[in-house]
Design a protein around this ligand. Sequence first.
Ligand code: GLP
Length: 244
Amino acid sequence: MVELIVAEDYQRLSEQAAHIVARQIRNKPDSVIGFATGSTPLGLYRELVEMHRQGELSLAKVTTFNLDEYVGLSREHPQSYYRFMWENLFAHVDIEPDRIHFPAGLFTDGEAACEAYERELEAAGGIDLQILGIGANGHIGFNEPAESLTLSTHIVGLAEETRQANARFFENLAEVPREAITMGIGNIMNARAILLLASDKNKAEAVQSMLTGKVDPKVPASVLQLHPRVTVLVNAEVAAHLQT
Ligand code: GLP
């Protein structure tokens, strides 16, 4: 079941998202949270840091799994998702570094790297709350539009539109990696609850297809219609382009 919530603006969206995440952690301090990168959840992370600073939220017992990582980037690379999460969230809260999990971006054996992540997810007992953004092409994590869905952690060639969309973070398009390692659709669907955020009107079409289109691997997010507990949080700008 997908519940759509419209927040007035990006700030309100970020605050509401932070309340949902904080509620999960307060109800179950040892929650397993799936984190996402991208510009959209930045406000959420800012709010979580603020809650922590105010003494209202502790992540001391939380375990985290990030959705994806670029292949070929070291953890220290300025554009690695590992670094993004440290800079924007982990360094500013009381999270235990041992409980932070990322798929490996640098590896000699890709299959082994994917299997290792699967084992870590399994050992943690799965994800309680998965945060998601959405690509303008309907991707979630780095599950790009395809002929079929891949369920488990895998290595994926990035769609040209995704590389272009993410080029803003790199010196130029050529620097954007061509591959990523990502949780699969099955990993995401196994999460007990999902919170998807969209705050840019260029995402409206993807959000619309996700909400009301047919379930289609060409719009990977559409599969979320089959999940029992999904909250889609959009700002008014996105909502204005939706027909629900
Ligand atoms: C990247 C990430 C996704 C993210 C998407 C949207 O490709 N792999 O997890 O949801 O971009 O990013 P943004 O929020 O910056 O638009």
